[in-house]
Ligand binder design. Structure first.
Ligand code: CUA
Length: 175
């Protein structure tokens, strides 16, 4: 026994249901394409940021100057720093810590400089939906305006070695 089908162009004829699906898929594709571009400009999900090249040594120096200038205390061996409202703030990622502990004021806008001194880390602020990559060699400046007072944990979510799960930082937002 043999099974044979007549020679034909595979998509012909196109029946009614198939035509509807093709049109729906095409319209959806176009909608998604336009929406993606529109949302890039109009959406609230994009973090306002600028990035510059910087060597880890220079970044470490700038961050140390910042810490020395605005340090208000210490907590379990870690500097607590309160930058001037509306000013620059630094957070340094390295294996396996985030420094310093930042104290920010609710409603004020800060330019938060993020960089890594060694390898790639993540910067995920819990419990808010902010999740960024931190790379050595780049000063990633994020404009942030905390809207709610409280304690926020900064979690690294790029695997960075055996201490990855212990890499936790802190941001405190006060009224
Ligand atoms: Cu740093 Cu994982």
């Amino acid at each position: 026994m043999s099974i044979s089908a007549p020679e034909r162009i595979w998509w012909r004829p196109l029946n009614k249901e198939e035509k509807i699906w093709v049109v729906v898929a095409l319209c959806w594709g176009i909608f998604m394409f336009v929406f993606m571009i529109a949302w890039h400009g109009a959406g609230q999900q994009n973090v306002p940021s600028t990035t510059y090249r910087i060597s880890p040594a220079v970044f470490a120096q700038e961050a140390n100057d910042f810490i020395a200038k605005y340090k208000t205390g210490e907590e379990s061996g870690r500097a607590v720093v309160e930058p001037p409202p509306g000013g620059e703030a630094y957070m340094v990622a390295r294996i396996w810590s985030f420094d310093p502990i930042l104290v920010l004021k609710k409603g004020e806008t800060y330019r938060l400089h993020l960089s890594s001194l060694d390898l790639q880390h993540g910067f995920s602020v819990q419990p808010v939906n902010l999740n960024l990559q931190v790379l050595p060699g780049y000063d990633f400046i994020v404009t942030v305006t905390p809207t709610k007072a409280g304690e926020y944990s900064v979690v690294c979510n790029e695997f960075c070695g055996v201490g990855h799960h212990t890499m936790v930082g802190k941001i405190r937002v006060k009224e």
